[in-house]
Design a protein around this ligand. Sequence first.
Ligand SMILES: [Zn+2]
Length: 112
Amino acid sequence: MARKHSKGGWREDDEAEAAEAAPPPPCWLCGRPCGTTVVWHHPVPKSRGGRDTVPMHAICQNTLITNFTNSELQRAGMDVDVLLANPAVRKFVDWVANKDPDFNASIAKKGR
Ligand SMILES: [Zn+2]
């Protein structure tokens, strides 16, 4: 990883490697590495003045949106433990723990 060339050109190499080897950030909710798609979620909804974002799986963000109102999300803020204390979320995280990082159930697509 940290190999450097003493001559010119190391910078290019570094960039290429960084792009390729950058590990996906861990999901804020379930703690697994994010897959190819990283959703930048606002723990405090944007409409409530939230500015911070955290990396999440789409499916995990969906779980939050399904189980909490904006007011509840605002109250929990950056404290993911509050969200994990919700039995439905806890159950989801335990369930999704063994899934592929790119796994995305069609929960958002049902009912058309
Ligand atoms: Zn996740």
